[in-house]
Each structure stands twice: as structure tokens, then as C-alpha cells.
Design a binder for this molecule. Structure first.
Ligand SMILES: [Fe+2]
Length: 152
């Protein structure tokens, strides 16, 4: 869709990028996916420990394809679509609002700490949280250590 400008309309999601899920046991979920070949790009740990309460895992060279967050689960937090750039986040809000979906805007536009991406959260008619985001950095070098965030 990137170069098919004549077909651009709506909120312009270019591709599905990642999922964030809740689980009551983030360390086990992170280990399970790492054992299948996912790499940990970032994690958020309980202050003063290395126990992850968020784990950001990837296979395609960006910060995350799947994210686990501590909480009651298994449960979906959101799925995310890439938009062309950060300006489209405001455009998406305008388009949603002008089509009667202003109540669907949940949070943002803003910038995440982990992944450093500009984003906006919306709800679809079923209540599922959709993230639109301007894609984030690449993490291709296997020598890169996971970025650690303090939970606080
Ligand atoms: Fe996300």
C-alpha cells in the first residue's frame, strides 16, 4: 500500500506490526518465546531486580513483534498497525473524528518509552484496542543487549 497513493483512504494502516498481551507470568512467557528464537529487545523490571514485568520480543529486526505485560491473562491488550509517519497520527484522529468515531480515540497521540514510537490508541467497534504507530528503530545487531527500564 505504501506506493499506491490512489488507494489511500481512512486511517491508512500499511501493515500489521505487533501484538501486546497480558500474562500473569511474564518471565515464563519471555523464556518460552526466546527458546523459539525470539530476541529480547527491551524489558521493564521491578525496581532493583531483573524480574521482567514487561518483555518486548522480536523476530524481524524492530523492537517488538510480541509484547508481554504483567496482568490477568491470557488477554489481548492491543494490536498495532504501522502508518507512514508521525503526521498521519494526527490525520488519523481527524479522519476518525470526522466520521463520527471521536469516542474511539482512547489515548494519544504520544510517544512510548520502550520502542520510542509515536502512537495513538483507538478502540474498534468491538472494543479491541488498536494502536496506530510510526514505526520505530531497528535492532539488527545480535550483540545489542536488551534495553532495561525501571518499572517506576
Ligand atoms: Fe504497541
Amino acid at each position: 500500500m505504501l506506493g499506491k497513493f490512489e488507494q489511500h483512504r481512512g486511517l491508512l494502516p500499511l501493515r500489521l506490526d505487533h501484538f501486546q498481551l497480558f500474562t500473569p507470568n511474564v518471565p515464563d512467557a519471555v523464556r518460552f518465546y526466546m527458546d523459539m528464537g525470539f530476541r529480547l529487545s527491551e524489558y521493564m523490571a521491578v525496581d532493583g531486580t531483573d524480574t521482567p514485568v514487561f518483555g518486548f520480543l522480536q523476530r524481524k529486526g524492530n523492537p517488538h513483534d510480541i509484547v508481554f505485560a504483567n496482568g490477568t491473562g491470557p488477554r489481548l491488550h492491543h494490536f498495532a498497525f504501522v502508518v507512514p509517519d508521525a503526521a498521519y497520527l494526527l490525520y488519523a484522529c481527524d479522519v476518525a473524528g470526522s466520521h463520527g468515531f471521536s469516542d474511539a480515540l482512547e489515548h494519544g497521540p504520544g510517544r512510548h518509552g520502550p520502542g520510542h514510537a509515536m502512537f495513538v490508541y483507538l478502540r474498534d467497534p468491538d472494543g479491541h484496542r488498536i494502536e496506530l504507530f510510526a514505526t520505530h528503530y531497528q535492532v539488527m545487531d545480535i550483540k545489542n543487549e536488551p534495553v532495561r527500564w525501571e518499572a517506576s
